[in-house]
Design a protein around this ligand. Structure first.
Ligand SMILES: [Zn+2]
Ligand SMILES: [Zn+2]
Length: 149
């Protein structure tokens, strides 16, 4: 049942963007919506290979970009050139571990007045959205981090 809903959503979004529905894209999308781990393309590739043994890493990359282009996934990019993908597109924030790279979801949004204040400071910049990322150490990395820091 869950899978069917996911597929209907995918078909619809792909059509809207003039893209074809393919088994590969569906498998990549299923993998993304089934996890809250914000996987890298390599991690998606490893997971999708269980369903579609013949799929290539290049196809996974392209499928991920297509999903991002259709608004079905969000790409989180980092300064070191790495990227993670999020199948969750409703407003939420992230906390990223500086030691292991794990990204977890944080619920909530900035209160309107806070956002207005930032917008005023942006000085003529047309604000269309914002991203908030907390950085630090996840529970399993925190003890070691505080010892070595
Ligand atoms: Zn960590
Ligand atoms: Zn997320």
């Amino acid at each position: 049942m869950q899978t069917e809903t996911t597929e209907v959503l995918l078909r619809h979004a792909l059509e809207e963007s003039g893209q074809r529905f393919t088994e590969q894209r569906a498998a990549v999308y299923r993998t993304l919506v089934a996890t809250d781990q914000h996987p890298t393309a390599d991690e998606v590739f490893l997971a999708v290979r269980h369903d579609l043994p013949g799929i290539s890493l290049a196809t996974v990359y392209k499928s991920l970009e297509t999903l991002v282009g259709c608004g079905l996934a969000v790409k989180l990019t980092y300064g070191d050139g790495s990227a993670r993908y999020d199948g969750r597109t409703d407003p939420h924030h992230h906390a990223r571990c500086l030691a292991c790279g794990r990204v977890t979801d944080i619920e909530g949004s900035l209160p309107g007045p806070q956002l207005d204040m930032l917008r005023e400071r942006a000085d003529g910049f047309l604000v269309t959205g914002y991203r908030l990322e907390l950085s630090g150490y996840c529970p399993s990395c925190a003890p070691r981090a505080s010892v070595s820091a």
